[in-house]
Design a protein around this ligand. Sequence first.
Ligand SMILES: *Cc1c(COP(=O)(O)O)cnc(C)c1O
Length: 371
Amino acid sequence: MTRNLPDPSEPWLTVDLDAIVANYHAIAARGPGAEVAPVVKADAYGTGAAPVARRLWAEGARTFFVARASEGVALRSALGPARPAGIHVLDGCPAGAAPRLLAHDLVPVLNGLDQVEHWSAAAPRGTRLPCALHIDTGLNRLGLRPEEAAALADAPGRLNRLDVGLVLSHLACGGIADHPMNPVQRDRFVEAAALFPEARRSLASSGAAFQTEDYSFDMIRAGISLYGGGPFDAPDPRIRPVATLDAPIVQVRHLRPGETVGYGATYSVDRPLRLAVIALGYADGVLRSFSPGGYGWLAGRRCPLLGRISMDLIAMDVSEVADAAPGQRVEMFGPNLPIDGVARQAGTVSYELLTRIAARVPRVHLGETPE
Ligand SMILES: *Cc1c(COP(=O)(O)O)cnc(C)c1O
């Protein structure tokens, strides 16, 4: 189902919600018995958190993760009272954050003993506040060190205002198949999580869910592979492409040998060349490192990008496409140019490619989108 398409003279990010649903089930199949909790931080990696979360709720998702409290507030409102999801905030409960978390029924992922104190102090007398506990097992980003977790568990008085429903940790090398650090972190996680036997356990993100060994425990926190990125930063046949970035040709030009293309005159023409100028630039989120070396997809062909990418325009060699004309849409990534390959060529990862797509690029959602 396709609703009102935006202006055809501008770039679009098309998001296939049916493909997200297929990926959700492909991830669920990796951990039978584990809940798949969609990670919808950064506007669901640029794909649109509201429609994505509503659609995944309809597929059975009941727990969601965001990074910031403000994202949690927006998600709570997008889901509405008819969808009382558990919304976990990965940044946890910094000083002063508790009132807003409480007001919107958000569950902080407590990342340190200071956050344990802040959240406990916010508990109304005689109540326990729900929370998750993040234990750092080697990433050294957020979370209690295992010895801090042990000290906390040994002093139950410090936990008597809290209801720890989930213990989680995050792998440093989950996105690398069979990396030896993964089982090391899993062993540390099992040991630390045993201190909180009532809590559910979650270790896996997308990459971890696709390891040869099982990392799924009670919950998989799934991000990039919902959105079409391969779990190991490479295209994966188990994951369907989700997002397509395309933009129309504004003008086709014929260049002669000796001319140059774009700012800095970095590309010199050495043969008669047909050039398409595309309505897409770094202000739309296309990294400047896409060119040279990258491609656009037109009429069944990969066409080389030429010269520097500018703010609103990209030049592409369409010498091989005889009938290239203004208005034709050029794919920058999507089903024909997989995001993992495009990202690698540009020196980055699919995560950055997706989350950089600018707000000025309209998102077009395909598939059933519950209101
Ligand atoms: C972003 C994030 C995830 C999701 O990771 P993907 O690799 O996108 O699946 C899971 N857990 C934590 C703690 C995160 O920050």
